[in-house]
Structure formats: C-alpha cells, structure tokens
Design a protein around this ligand. Structure first.
Ligand SMILES: [Zn+2]
Length: 200
C-alpha cells in the first residue's frame, strides 16, 4: 500500500530477558509469549501490510511463532494463551499465504466493502457463469469429455485473469472508493469461478 497505517513494529526488546524481538508474539530467547489481541494478520508476523509480501519470510515467521506457541517449547505461560495464539497465527497464515485471501484481507484493512456487504460482480461475469454452468451440465449429460475440458480451461483462464487484476488493484490500495468497489467485484468474481470449479 502506498499510504495507510504505519507498519507495526515488534516490541524492541523482550521485557523478561532483554533480547531483541523479531516478531511481536514470542521471544526467541526465553520463549515468553506476548498477547496478540488487537493485532492484525500482518502485525502478528511483524510484516508490513502489503500485497507483495515476502512469502518465504512469512513462512519462516509462521514456523518460528508456531514453535514458540507449542506447549513443549514454552518455558512458562498458560496453555490457554498458547492455544489461543496458535489458532490466531494459523488463521493469519492461511489468509496471508493465499493471494486471493490476502487481497481480500487488505481490502478489508483499507476500509473496503466486505463480500457480505457488496455482492456485485461485473455483468459479463454473471452471463459467462450462467453460460458455463449450462455448458458444463450439457457436456456432463452428453459424456463429452472434450467439451468439459474446454469449459474447465475457460474457468481456469478466467480465474487466473481475475486474480491478476485483483493483484494489480490490491497493490494500489487504499485507492478511491471506486477502486475498492472494483477490487471487491473482482474478488467476488473469483468466488463465482471457485464455485464453477466445484462442478467438474
Ligand atoms: Zn525473552
């Protein structure tokens, strides 16, 4: 994002052992856990809120924090906190590791409409979805494997294009209200394509 909230920083040092903190949740030195309430998915891993995040670094931080919250690796602290943290970081990793979910999450952070609040899709996507649904049903009824494969290829092509567009728009966040509405529509279209995938 070009503007927006300042990237969060971890506490500079662990208050228990004075060691510098790489992520806000777990101390590398004494494994002390810090509460994660109020932190967004990026902040949990000490990452800036951007679409083009360093996926290798995300994975590294995720594994690091996962180890830290594992009961076997905890020097102290209560198991409930560790369990709660563990669920939080698993969900955060699931979202950030997936480009589509990451774009959706960034849209939410930028104050854009949620999928529940704005169900709009480009009109062309609606008509194409209806047509494809019919073509898939016909191909299945006729046992036409080649036709089914053509449908599958079209769905994949459309999904790939939509994801590319979503990436372009997600990089421009927060943008204008119109920009955010367009990204919402693209992400909604991706959900249509996902449902079509389930038909094969
Ligand atoms: Zn420490």
């Amino acid at each position: 994002m070009s503007t927006g909230p300042t990237p969060p920083t971890s506490p500079a040092k662990c208050s228990a052992c004075d060691r510098p903190m790489n992520t806000p949740l777990v101390c590398d030195g004494c494994h002390r856990l810090y509460p994660a309430d109020g932190l967004n998915h990026f902040e949990l891993f000490g990452l800036a809120p951007t679409f083009d995040l360093d996926v290798a670094l995300l994975r590294q931080r995720y594994l690091h924090v996962s180890r830290g919250t594992h009961p076997d690796h905890q020097a102290s602290g209560d198991p409930q906190t560790a369990l709660h943290l563990s669920a939080q970081i698993n969900e955060a990793f699931r979202v950030l590791n997936d480009p589509q979910l990451r774009a959706d999450y960034l849209l939410e952070l930028s104050g854009g409409p949620s999928a529940a609040a704005d169900k709009a899709v480009p009109p062309e996507v609606l008509s194409a979805t209806l047509r494809l649904r019919e073509e898939i049903a016909d191909a299945k009824a006729a046992g036409d494997a080649a036709a089914l494969e053509r449908c599958r290829a079209e769905v994949e092509h459309r999904a790939a294009q939509a994801l590319e567009q979503a990436a372009v728009d997600a990089r421009r966040l927060p943008g204008t209200a119109a920009d955010r509405a367009r990204l919402r529509a693209t992400l909604n279209a991706l959900k249509y394509y996902q449902r079509l995938r389930a038909e094969f």
